[in-house]
Design a protein around this ligand. Sequence first.
Ligand SMILES: *Cc1c(COP(=O)(O)O)cnc(C)c1O
Length: 381
Amino acid sequence: MITPRLEVDLGSIRHNARVLVDRLAPRGIRVTGVTKATLGSPNVATAMLRGGVVGLGDSRVENLARVRRAGIAAPLTLIRSPMLSQVEAVVRHADVSLNTEPKVLDALSVAAVRQRTTHAVVLMVELGDLREGVAIDDVVDLARSVAKYPGLTLAGLGTNLACQSGIVPDQAKMLTLSHLAEQVEAACGIRLSVVSGGNSANLEWAMAADHVGRVDELRLGEAILLGTDPLSRHPIPGLRPDAFTLIAEVIEAKTKPAQPWGATVRTAFGEAPPRRGRGTVRQAILALGHQDIDPDALIPPAGITVLGASSDHLVVDMGDHELGVGGEVAFQLGYSAVLRAMTSPFVTKVEIGTARGDEVELAAERSVDLSVADLLAGIDG
Ligand SMILES: *Cc1c(COP(=O)(O)O)cnc(C)c1O
């Protein structure tokens, strides 16, 4: 089979979404499934929806357009502040966007009026992680102004923690958000339809809190896709960790000295990782590199150790495994490795299992197919 390939198990994604949706529902919290790590894969989106998420979120309008083009009708939220240069596309493809900038709201309003539609706005509040967000003191005024824009409706408030500075979403932060929601409702005379508490890093809080206040939605990507809690990096009990498997091919297998020799410099990717031990290692090179994965977020099979990587070579100590040229090695992946593998045109994506639960789907996609074919045709001819 073609390598490298990223196998995406839709059944695991559906299962993980279902478990999280069912755990959060009794707490009054709905789930928006975040598809950005899969570039808005329509099959992944469908698996999440079958797992019970109420809508889909993505940080790229291109990915939302892909979901919409596939005929998926669920509410779509752009979870990154729209680029001023993309407001027309945002209004066309997203029902909701997360916002912080008055200038962007102006432009969204103009685009919505021009397209004779309404676009819903969630204002993001800065609660200390120092990525996107309006200062707490400015939220009520900005909310009042949104309510006055033609073509826009104020859907609610949201916040995002953990991603930039690792700030933990705790009860105090969530109560601040709840309190702001109530202030905005009083000032604008409306009921907010969403108070979006955050991402997968909010799960620990959401499951443990005595009361979740006004928070009624979380935007979950990593927890659904990988079954891990990004705060602790631990697997979440009851979730499947196996939705993504990357299979790479051996292009060299040789016994080599354990230690390099000669004068040393820094490598293209910084300090060379230290090589341990004496004597020899049974070393294999896989046709995979920084261009395709984050080598630090690759989880090799037990007994195999990643020794280092460059753009296109992944060097492993094969331990007791018998790896020969043409052989395959299957890795599990952390979030940053999934993200890069999904984005690499050299990695074929193979979606397996059942997104819907009632039928088997199989789809393989390789965006370099054409250019590879062209290249080979050129060589042959
Ligand atoms: C990426 C992102 C999410 C989802 O984060 P996960 O950790 O994958 O759950 C939610 N909200 C925003 C604003 C994001 O950028």
